[in-house]
Design a protein around this ligand. Structure first.
Ligand SMILES: NC(=O)c1ccc[n+]([C@@H]2O[C@H](COP(=O)([O-])OP(=O)(O)OC[C@H]3O[C@@H](n4cnc5c(N)ncnc54)[C@H](OP(=O)(O)O)[C@@H]3O)[C@@H](O)[C@H]2O)c1
Length: 256
């Protein structure tokens, strides 16, 4: 009975996420989300960025955990592996990254936080519903499947790129400093936003490893959200720093 209800809402929610991604990409080509370097007045009340990150990302940790707890796959190694991949990213993003921010009190609009909470509940529910309830159960031979092996490898390569790039940025400022500098090293040699590139690679890897439309929808949304912002940030760097390296692309090495 529960599964019937779940399968009835899963499909429309999945389709909606693809639709919302298209909308988000179009809107973000014209309007930069008002946080970080694109923060500006007129977007309502704000709270400090550190608290904002913790509040808006916590639903991603909790939603998928609840879907797992609510399932009957607690001892299924493949389900546990999927949960571990997800949480290895979100535990870092929610409870480690915010404490490394140097401008932790920078204002973040509550509107941005509410939109992120909505997405994280939606996405965590959708992926959890598929992985732990609706997908056919996969036995441990999935660990030897090329999709799982290659997808998991991509996920961790993306994670390393993402974390290294975040770390380079966060080290640019002394504690309490708020200005911007040109980042160097790692994949900054080739692109302005390697943290976004890494994030994208991670979720493409996750979609492959789970071989799921829910995972694909998440990867598509990540691209819709991050590619337009990477292009805007790249333009901002070029306009802000006269000595900005000319050969850097925005987000995909040698391409975009
Ligand atoms: N999956 C998704 O859809 C999604 C969405 C958003 C973010 N994320 C991930 O979350 C992480 C943070 O994203 P973000 O958009 O906040 O990234 P970001 O603009 O690169 O900022 C990250 C941190 O570095 C600081 N910073 C950025 N550029 C700097 C520079 N040139 N000099 C000195 N400090 C600089 C920022 O300060 P300011 O705040 O003062 O600018 C901020 O504290 C990334 O790893 C990203 O992939 C994922």
């Amino acid at each position: 009975m529960m599964h019937t209800t779940l399968s009835q809402i899963y499909e429309p929610m999945l389709l909606a996420l693809f639709g919302i991604s298209a909308l988000v990409a179009i809107v973000l080509m014209w309007i930069n989300a008002p946080y970080g370097r694109h923060l500006r007045s007129g977007w309502g009340p704000t709270i400090p960025a550190r608290a904002g990150w913790i509040i808006m990302e916590t639903p991603a940790v909790v939603a998928i955990a609840l879907m797992f707890i609510w399932s009957d796959r607690h001892f299924d190694p493949v389900s546990i592996a999927f949960l571990a991949l997800w949480q290895s990213h979100y535990l870092y993003r929610t409870y480690v990254f915010p404490f490394r921010l140097r401008a932790a009190r920078k204002p973040m609009p509550i509107l941005i936080i509410l939109m992120a909470i909505t997405f994280n509940c939606w996405n965590g529910f959708l992926n959890g519903a598929w992985l732990f309830h609706l997908s056919p159960e996969r036995d441990i031979s999935w660990w030897r499947d090329l999709r799982f092996i290659f997808g998991t490898a991509l996920f961790f390569v993306g994670m390393i790129i993402n974390r290294q790039s975040d770390a380079i940025l966060l080290r640019l400022r002394a504690p309490g400093e708020t200005g911007y500098k040109i980042p160097h090293g790692g994949m900054y040699r080739w692109i302005s936003m390697p943290s976004y590139f890494g994030e994208l690679v991670q979720w493409v890897g996750f979609a492959l490893a789970t071989w799921s439309l829910a995972g694909l929808a998440f990867a598509v949304f990540t691209a819709a959200n991050l590619v337009p912002r990477a292009v805007a940030n790249h333009r901002w760097y070029r306009q802000t720093f006269a000595d900005y390296p000319q050969n850097r692309k925005a987000v995909i090495p040698f391409v975009l």
